[in-house]
Design a protein around this ligand. Structure first.
Ligand SMILES: N[C@@H](CCC(=O)N[C@@H](CS)C(=O)NCC(=O)O)C(=O)O
Length: 226
């Protein structure tokens, strides 16, 4: 059996989700630590985005598609429930986290600190302030959702949680969002509980993670077998 390669940086939340799925299913993989838009990534993703995956002749881009491949190509517990209602709710939350939560909390907030694209390289304060005004509404919605069972769907860990927990991790790393998260009790407990799950804790970004341009600048190519 060829190596399964997950290609992307350790602090890419979407790459992290695909690695959580590998660990949940006990699938060995090699984590090839490459940035977006590098030639090897662009050979697989026409958009140059991470994660991308290689398994022998199979090459896949888009995190959701990679998760489907890992789920179906390997034995091990599925993170998509077989029950049709729970499966639909899992897809609903994967889609909502990807299109709404990630957009606000990662693209419009965390990355405006880490890779701001400002002329002086300083955090993009206008974008950050705009994101901060929108965040309480999303955080309360998520707080209500996980309030009953401690999961996004039903009473078990699903792919939807594997998408959300990494984003919350990055929220805890910046003071303003950390304070907001600390004030939504159910969601705070949800994060603390799931962050202790081995598949998440053991695939988390290195302990020195900092949402700063200097941290992001130093990632090059590394391959680490898991
Ligand atoms: N729809 C893609 C989104 C992937 C994505 O946005 N990846 C980020 C890192 S988490 C990236 O490559 N960003 C580089 C860029 O936007 O140029 C997926 O789900 O895989």
């Amino acid at each position: 059996m060829p190596d399964l390669q997950i290609i992307g940086t350790p602090h890419s939340n979407f790459t992290w989700t695909t690695r959580i799925v590998c660990v949940e299913k006990s699938v060995p993989y090699v984590h090839v630590q490459l940035r977006p838009h590098t030639p090897e990534v662009e050979r697989i993703s026409p958009f140059g985005l991470i994660p991308v995956m290689r398994h022998g002749d199979v090459q896949v881009f888009e995190a959701r598609a990679i998760c489907t491949y890992i789920d179906r190509a390997f034995l091990g517990p599925s993170l998509i429930p077989s029950d049709p209602v729970k499966a639909a709710l899992t897809e609903q939350w994967v889609s909502a986290v990807t299109t709404s939560v990630d957009r606000l909390m990662m693209r419009q907030y965390v990355l405006k600190h880490a890779t701001p694209g400002t002329p002086d390289g300083k955090p993009d304060r206008a974008a950050i302030d705009a994101a901060l005004t929108l965040m309480p509404k999303q955080l309360s919605m998520l707080d209500r959702t996980v309030g009953t069972t401690g999961y996004l769907v039903g009473d078990a860990f699903t792919l939807a949680d594997a998408y959300l927990v990494p984003i919350l991790f990055f929220m805890t790393k910046l003071p303003e969002s950390a304070e907001m998260l600390a004030n939504v009790e159910n969601l705070r407990r949800y994060f603390e509980h799931h962050f202790n799950r081995a598949s998440i804790r053991d695939t988390a970004p290195p302990p020195d993670y900092a949402a700063s341009p200097s941290y992001y600048a130093r990632w090059g190519r590394q391959a680490v077998s898991k």
